[in-house]
Design a protein around this ligand. Sequence first.
Ligand code: R2B
Ligand code: URA
Length: 312
Amino acid sequence: MAPILLNCMGSDHKDYIKQLVQVKNPYLDTMEEDILYHLSLGTKTHNLPEMFGDIKFVCVGGSSNRMKAFAQFIHQELELPGNPEEVTDICEATDRYCMYKVGPVLSISHGMGVPSISIMLHELIKLLHHAQCRDVVLFRLGTSGGVGLAPGTVVVTDKAVDYSFLPQFEQVVLGKVITRSTELDEGVANELLQCSSELQNFPTVIGNTLCTHDFYEGQGRLDGALCSFSHEDKLEYLRKAYEAGVRNIEMESSVFAAMCRVCGLKGAVVCVALLNRFEGDQITASHDVLVEYQQRPQVLVSHFIKKRLGHV
Ligand code: R2B
Ligand code: URA
């Protein structure tokens, strides 16, 4: 008996605990029921371990149509039984977010901007915790504006940075600013870069991602309803961003990175650049070109998942 007991209390047990999704809220354990309101799921109404316990990869992205398309795509890629067209939205009782489960992969939409993804991530991380999921990797698959990159380039985020190019996320809590680190998992980022080199014609870089709270003035665009700066001011800011290692700009990476880190989840942000912001602000590529660009993060993450599962 002794060796088994030692194993349970020793490093195996510690590894088991480390692999679990950690919520950092002592109040959660005292609650009789947890209603995940925006996902239309709950601990009393749903058997979360049975529904979600085998999840290993969670892919989140802004648009509900794109995340449904990703669910159908990964269904085909993993050659799972059943018709990919028939994936069903687990959150259909709410129109805030959509969610599809395809084998060990969960595909969820998060809307646009930090507040929208933040609400979804609170409930998603609690869901993974209640379901006792282990060893989960979380990906954000998205679009972005490139900084000095050709349109169509895929950026795997090293650090998500704020407006002053610092790797931090600021959240106001009870009237005070809390600052959290936004470094992402280096191992997963390098594995994704390796995957990109195994695909044909797949321009991919690792770089910092600037996360903003607005698409227009917040990203230094000259084409919003308001513009309080000059063309030169814009270029100077983009140049400083480039020098600080920024290769793309989007609107959710900072809170994504911060929450993954605190909760012991390996996280990665994979966004395609739709344009080069040094060359303009408007997104002028055709619909078909944009559709193809938006598939690139999906193709890359799908390759990663298939490799991890031993399918390639
Ligand atoms: C990328 O694209 C959206 C804005 O068009 C936003 O959600 C983001 O991060
Ligand atoms: N998404 C953004 O947030 N910015 C862009 O320039 C393009 C897509």
